[in-house]
Each structure stands twice: as structure tokens, then as C-alpha cells.
Design a protein around this ligand. Structure first.
Ligand SMILES: [Zn+2]
Length: 194
């Protein structure tokens, strides 16, 4: 049976976030295990996603790509809905669930009215990541469990420390930053918390 599309949601509202840009907040108390909204957008292949954002500045993390599986990426930058504004959190109150090759955001605990929604993007690391990838995807979620980066897993502690330092202290000038050929895409692990 096909799951009905959840383009909008009575549970949430979009407004400015203290974490980053626009965020998604509970418009009412959301019970644990609620399917809050579907992550919608253009369904394209990984190759199409790479081509689409080929000229995208690699130091800008602002794309809305979500990996469904090896074949499909959802680009919420095109025909996306409010789900694309849900910020990353290292210890969020939501999780992404993949069902019938579609992505849904579900609450993992009770979310009180006015609380910001967040889930772990778990953006995968790639061999050709630029040196400063953890700066580009720096996390400011404020959670005590914050790993400092939206990437998963967090880098080795020694390297992580270095990445946290101010840009001025970077030693990258001696070494040219590798130019990434692949786009960073949000990687969600389906089926978590179920
Ligand atoms: Zn964090």
C-alpha cells in the first residue's frame, strides 16, 4: 500500500532558528514516535545530484540533498517542503526513517510546543573531502553530546581538535586544498529507532 504524501504537517512551523538559518519548531506538543513530515523534493540519481551542484562552492554546505539509497537522492532544493529546514542536531529529538524508498522524519521523544526539531544528518565522509570539511560542516547544535561536526563518524580526536581552532591558525596555505569532485549529501540511516 502506498503511504500518502505528507507535504505539510500540522505539527510544525518554520521560523528563524538560533542554531542556523530557518528551523522547524513544534507548533504543538508532539508525542514520541510521531511521523512529523515527509522529506520531499526532486528524486534524482547520485549522478544527477553531482551534475546539478557541480559548480556549487565546496565551502558552502547549503544544499538540501538526502540520500535514500544507492540509486536515489532527494533534492529538497527543488520542490522541497518544510522538512528541508529541520536542522542537524547531534542529539536530536527526531530521526529519519526510510520506508518504501521515501524519507520521513519521526519524533524519538516527546517534543514540547516551541522546541526546535533536529535529527542527526550523519553526513558521510569521502576520500576527496577538502581539508577543512569539518569547518564547512561545523555543528553548533549546543547539545552536551555535540561532536562538533555534522559528519559521521567524528574524526579522530587529535584532528578534531585542530579543526576546531580558528581559521587564522590553519596550515593549509602550504598544501593546496583538494578540490572535491563529489557533492556532500546528507546521509540518513533508515530504520533507526524503529
Ligand atoms: Zn552538534
Amino acid at each position: 500500500m502506498t503511504i500518502p504524501e505528507m507535504r505539510t504537517s500540522r505539527w510544525i512551523e518554520v521560523r528563524e532558528s538560533p542554531i542556523h538559518g530557518s528551523g522547524v519548531f513544534a507548533a504543538r506538543r508532539i508525542p514520541k514516535g510521531t511521523r512529523v513530515i515527509e522529506y520531499l523534493g526532486d528524486r534524482i540519481t547520485h549522478k544527477e545530484a553531482d551534475d546539478r551542484y557541480e559548480d556549487h562552492d565546496p565551502s558552502d554546505n547549503h544544499t538540501f540533498l538526502f540520500i535514500v539509497d544507492r540509486r536515489t537522492v532527494i533534492d529538497a532544493g527543488v520542490n522541497g517542503n518544510a522538512a528541508r529546514f529541520i536542522n542537524h542536531s547531534c542529539d536530536g529529538n527526531c530521526t529519519s526513517v526510510i520506508e518504501q524508498r521515501r524519507v520521513f522524519i519521526e519524533s524519538t521523544r516527546v517534543i514540547e510546543k516551541g522546541e526546535e526539531l533536529g535529527y542527526d544528518y550523519e553526513i558521510g565522509r569521502e576520500k576527496d573531502d577538502p581539508e577543512n570539511v569539518d569547518e564547512i560542516f561545523a555543528c553548533r547544535c549546543g547539545s552536551p553530546k555535540c561532536r562538533g561536526t555534522m559528519l559521521y563518524p567524528a574524526e579522530k580526536p587529535a584532528k578534531k581538535k585542530k579543526a576546531k581552532k580558528k581559521v587564522a591558525k590553519k596550515k593549509t596555505a602550504k598544501r593546496p586544498v583538494k578540490k572535491p569532485t563529489k557533492k556532500k549529501t546528507r546521509r540518513a540511516k533508515g530504520g533507526r529507532g524503529r
